[in-house]
Design a protein around this ligand. Structure first.
Ligand SMILES: [Zn+2]
Length: 214
């Protein structure tokens, strides 16, 4: 489904949103859902007229298995470069938590480009929004006025939410990250869970951030 021109989310993946992003002549996949989802991504790309080899980069918002589960298959099928924040590299490449590999059958993958706050990904800025994981990031394009926040915020049942405390080691940091997102200027906000907000998204996020601080 098209969110705005040049930004789609992949249908038939219900657990976590996977986005397809066109930036200039580059094609980028944002997040890799749970294991076993590469086929759905390829089918969606095919419906847009692109083969797997057309994908240049795979950006991971954070190293949870529901956001990186199919990264090995997506990288293997496309030869794309994997981008993730430095602090979550050990989750993506499997060196941090080997239990994830066996419990979720996660296949680890090397990160080709570790990034940090303020890095420029060709028009897109890396905004470090930790708390849910140490290396959680948002991808922000000031001119396109789009931000993809991963799990720094979610949008379920028409309501914005902070990441769930049970799965968030540092809630104070998670709230500070929401404040940081709220300070940015954007129209469209895309979440790891729940439908995108496609107009006046920043205003909604600001109101939510304010409600957290009350
Ligand atoms: Zn998630």
């Amino acid at each position: 489904m098209e969110v705005v021109p040049g930004l789609h989310w992949v249908e038939r993946i219900w657990d976590t949103k996977v986005y397809l992003l066109f930036e200039g002549d580059r094609l980028i996949i944002v997040d890799a859902a749970t294991p076993g989802r590469a086929g759905a991504v390829w089918r969606h790309l095919d419906s847009l007229g692109y083969p797997p080899g057309a994908v240049d980069e795979i950006w991971i918002t954070h190293g949870d298995v529901d956001h990186m589960g199919s990264v090995a298959a997506l990288k293997g099928g496309s030869g794309a470069q994997v981008v993730a924040h430095r602090a979550d590299v050990s989750l993506v490449d499997g060196s941090a938590n080997r239990a994830v590999r066996s419990v979720f059958r996660y296949q680890p993958t090397l990160v080709d480009r570790p990034v940090e706050d303020g890095d420029d990904l060709g028009g897109w800025q890396v905004v470090h929004t930790p708390g849910h994981t140490p290396g959680s990031v948002s991808f922000y394009h000031p001119e396109r006025k789009v931000i993809l926040v991963g799990d720094a915020l979610n949008h379920r049942r028409h309501r914005l939410g902070a990441p769930p405390p049970m799965f968030t080691p540092d809630m104070a940091q998670a709230h500070a990250s929401i404040d940081r997102i709220a300070a940015l200027d954007f129209e469209i906000c895309c979440f790891g869970h729940g439908p995108p907000l496609t107009n006046d998204a920043a205003q909604r996020v600001r109101a939510f951030a304010k409600s957290l601080s009350l």
